[in-house]
Write a protein of this length. Structure first.
Length: 367
């Protein structure tokens, strides 16, 4: 079944709401800045520099761990609250969080262990309950599903589709939050040479964001901003498996799976939004995927490919939601290259996902 997106709230390094965040991204604005809480050695032994990142300064400066996620979620809930019409009294929540075991500390890495997040379900319930309270929500929220990693948003949409398909159509809330800017995550990224520093030009630029999306099932379009038509999942080798390097097979499989579900690509160039972040492994995987896609359908040779991480930084488990917010803004402001988009996500340990979204008011015959 499809899901109509009826409202969205967002906070990012580019703004404390959805409109300003996406308008700044469209204008090419970048608010990368030195992270004054984390320094690295430069190329010269005596050269000490701050790492650059996409930080939501007004919300997260001085906060770490769960408190940082709580601040981001509160901001997204505040932004979404302004768009609710008051007809919804309770909502199921499907939440995408960073993997609590993402930061691995061992003797080889030399890292201090990060503070424990606690049981995932308990952490998720606390984050949802407290952020809604801080945002002055009167709507009752109940946690229905939890997912992690870059493919977590796609998992949340799939769970919401199943939830809506089990009875009378209902509204639901898809929420995603992540930050790669706390000290432990930055130290971990640096220890495995993934953090962009003066010595590692092809590293990732860390970011943070939270996005809350209100959806309605059962074809309840109303004032919808767009429609989630289908979700697909696949697998590939983990990024850093040297024995089985990635070749783009997983990405191409999830993207081409939509051809058998709905008529896509159809008219106009395929529009793809990727969680590419500047790392070699992701670039190689994407290059292999595009080669396979063009081989299967020549329409992909004219594909329009957007990389939101260039504006927002790597936002991890929130990256797919950031891409969706970017696409909705493009349709809302009439600068989108197509009436459909495919949001592609890749998790470090192998999962791949794709979410196909159609602009509001479009039908299959509209292209």
């Amino acid at each position: 079944m499809s899901l109509a997106i009826t409202a969205i709230g967002m906070v990012s390094a580019l703004g404390l709401d959805w409109e300003n965040s996406c308008a700044a991204s469209r204008a090419g604005v970048s608010r990368t800045g030195a992270l004054d809480h984390y320094r690295v050695q430069g190329i010269e032994p005596t050269d000490v520099q701050f790492v650059a990142g996409h930080q939501v300064d007004l919300l997260t400066r001085g906060f770490e761990g769960k408190a940082r996620l709580l601040r981001l979620l509160t901001g997204a809930f505040k932004n979404l609250r302004e768009r609710l019409d008051g007809t919804v009294s309770s909502l199921p929540v499907f939440l995408s969080l960073p993997d609590p075991e993402r930061v691995v500390a061992d003797e080889a890495s030399g890292l201090d262990p990060a503070p424990p997040m606690g049981p995932l379900k308990e952490t998720a319930e606390v984050l949802v309950r407290r952020s809604a309270a801080l945002a002055n929500w009167s709507i009752q929220l109940r946690l229905e599903g939890i997912s992690t990693g870059n493919t977590g948003v796609a998992d949340a949409f799939k769970s919401s589709m199943a939830y809506n398909g089990g009875g009378s159509p209902q509204h639901a809330l898809i929420v995603a939050v992540d930050s790669l800017l706390d000290d432990w995550t930055l130290a971990w990224l640096r220890s495995i040479k993934r953090l962009k520093t003066p010595a590692i030009a092809a590293g990732l630029m860390p970011g943070e964001a939270a996005v809350a999306v209100l959806v309605a099932g059962g074809g309840r379009q109303g004032e919808s901003m767009g429609t989630v038509e289908a979700v697909a999942f696949g697998e590939d080798a983990p990024w850093f498996d040297t024995e089985h390097p990635v070749t783009g097979r997983g990405i191409s499989a999830v993207v081409t799976s939509f051809a058998s579900k709905v008529r896509w690509p159809d008219e106009g160039p395929p529009w793809l939004l990727s969680d590419q972040n500047g790392e070699f492994c992701r670039a190689n995987d994407w290059g292999g995927a595009m080669n396979r896609l063009v081989g299967r359908d020549r329409a992909f040779s004219d594909a329009r490919i957007w990389h939101p991480a260039a504006s927002f930084g790597d936002t991890g488990s929130a990256s797919a939601a950031v891409s969706i917010a970017t696409a909705l803004a493009a349709w809302n402001r009439n600068y989108a290259p197509s009436s459909r988009c495919c949001v592609v996500s890749c998790s470090d340990d192998g999962p791949r996902s794709a979410v196909l979204i159609k602009a509001s008011g479009k039908t299959d015959s509209d292209g």
